[in-house]
Design a protein around this ligand. Structure first.
Ligand SMILES: CC(=O)SCCNC(=O)CCNC(=O)[C@H](O)C(C)(C)COP(=O)(O)OP(=O)(O)OC[C@H]1O[C@@H](n2cnc3c(N)ncnc32)[C@H](O)[C@@H]1OP(=O)(O)O
Length: 417
């Protein structure tokens, strides 16, 4: 088959069912698509750019991107091209279909003025070649509740605040504002639209993804202000000798104050019958282990890369964020795709930065994917230099990059998309 026979293009509305079937095929899910799921896709496609590859009229590859805001160090949001639903049917793999869809999407994103593209990679080796680098990581803990050292007589927060169970409707009212406050302070967080809140509170169940209502609880400070939200599900497990052995799995925990974070973790670790708490995907520097009298009660069960970033505009990416210390650095950015390569000088101050193309000598040379990895502050340029992934043209330049770029809290992207 000639690869030119395969048509890669935006889909039309009447191709959505075929596209959804191809998406299920690529993700190894059962292929019939229910009318409810189709409606869900139609709903998200209103704001998405949806691409497919068609062979003799049949969809054999899928790709969707949508507008997103990503918070950078300092709290500013930058416009991102969020990429999802990437599949190529096994019958058509390794013929360049992903490359064709990605190349077209990134070129459009660049022309639109998006600062970065983002995605959550199904497998590590797929996206580096397109200029993406892993920019945040996640940690999941399993908490052995009886070993936490928390007082079993604990009756609630002792700081004047309170924890109340609420329902999905309350969450749709309280959650969005809490999340807006979170993303104004925590880099790595991405925006959640109304659709997100509806889907994550049970208003979009489908036969393929039936909904089981979880528990929702809100922490309110002494003045009555909501400062945190936890969503968790339990499994009704019991031991052979009639001991309760429930695992509470946290689906979401967002807090805008340390008091709320403390109260909500202590709350879920104090629910009678719950002997294990699975934390869900948290930042690697989450406070949780150290909120427990015995932090070793929280054992790491997952540790992996999470949000991947592809810088499309070096100047705006570096000017959007803040820096802990003043300093300057000249970087040579290699970009095989020709989207954002060049030599740039960064002059950073704690309050902001100026970045501009320059003809000065480069101090650090790196691929655009490595800049994506360093940009949110989670990785060390010194470490990447040791790995041979960035090159110092001037001795000490990697340490300067670390002093400028690294952040005291690590970036965290709580969402999957
Ligand atoms: C954001 C998301 O949606 S993540 C979900 C990604 N999707 C999946 O994992 C579903 C299962 N996998 C697939 O559908 C496909 O294998 C895809 C989409 C990952 C790749 O599609 P393909 O059309 O086969 O990729 P394409 O032919 O364009 O490959 C381009 C290059 O990437 C390489 N490559 C592609 N996929 C992989 C992979 N999974 N692992 C390692 N290398 C890969 C190819 O070998 C090729 O390398 P080359 O340029 O050196 O020859």
């Amino acid at each position: 088959m000639n690869r030119d026979d395969i048509d890669v293009r935006p889909i039309t509305d009447d191709e959505l069912a075929d596209w959804s079937r191809a998406l299920n095929t690529g993700f190894l899910r059962s292929t019939p698509v229910s009318p409810e799921t189709l409606e869900k896709r139609r709903e998200e496609n209103r704001v998405s750019r949806v691409r497919g590859a068609f062979d003799a009229g049949r969809c054999v590859a899928t790709f969707r991107s949508f507008p997103q805001e990503l918070t950078v160090p300092g709290g500013a949001p930058v416009p991102a091209d969020a990429i999802s639903n990437v599949t190529v049917s096994a019958t058509h793999r390794r013929r360049g279909l992903l490359s064709r869809m990605m190349t077209a999407d990134l070129a459009e994103a660049k022309a639109r003025g998006d600062v970065v593209a983002t995605l959550i990679a199904a497998e590590y080796p797929i996206y580096g070649r397109y200029g993406f680098g892993p920019a945040t990581s996640l940690t999941e803990w399993a908490v052995d509740v009886p070993r936490t050292g928390l007082d079993p007589r604990r009756a609630g927060p002792d700081d004047g605040g309170r924890v109340d169970l609420v329902d999905g409707e309350d969450v749709r009212k309280t959650g969005p504002e809490l999340h807006e406050r979170l993303r104004a302070t925590r880099h790595g967080v991405v925006d959640r639209d109304e659709l997100w809140w509806r889907r994550n509170t049970g208003l979009a169940a489908t036969p393929e993804e039936p909904w089981k209502e979880p528990f929702y609880a809100v922490y309110r400070a002494a003045n009555g202000e909501p400062e945190g939200l936890i969503v968790y599900a339990t499994d009704d497990a019991w031991g052979d000798s009639k001991q309760p052995r429930n695992t509470a799995t946290v689906r979401d925990l967002i807090a805008v104050t340390p008091a709320a974070e403390r109260a909500l973790w202590h709350y879920v670790c104090s629910v009678d019958w719950v002997t294990t708490v699975r934390t869900g995907y948290r930042a690697p520097d989450d406070l949780l282990p150290h909120l427990l009298p015995d932090p070793r009660a929280a054992g790491v069960v997952t540790q992996a890369d999470w949000l991947w970033v592809r810088i499309l505009d070096v100047v705006r990416a570096l000017e959007a964020r803040t820096y802990a210390v003043p300093g300057s650095l000249v970087i040579e950015v290699d970009d095989a795709a020709g989207l954002s390569g060049g030599r740039y000088r960064l002059d950073a101050e704690p309050g902001g930065a100026v970045c501009a193309p320059t003809s000065e000598e480069a101090e650090l040379t790196l691929d655009v994917s490595e800049l994506g990895t360093l940009w949110l502050g989670d990785e060390s340029a010194v470490r990447l230099a040791a790995l041979g992934r960035v090159r110092e043209e001037k001795a000490g330049a990697a340490a300067v990059a670390d002093a400028l770029l690294r952040t005291s809290r690590r970036p965290w992207c709580p969402d999957i998309f």
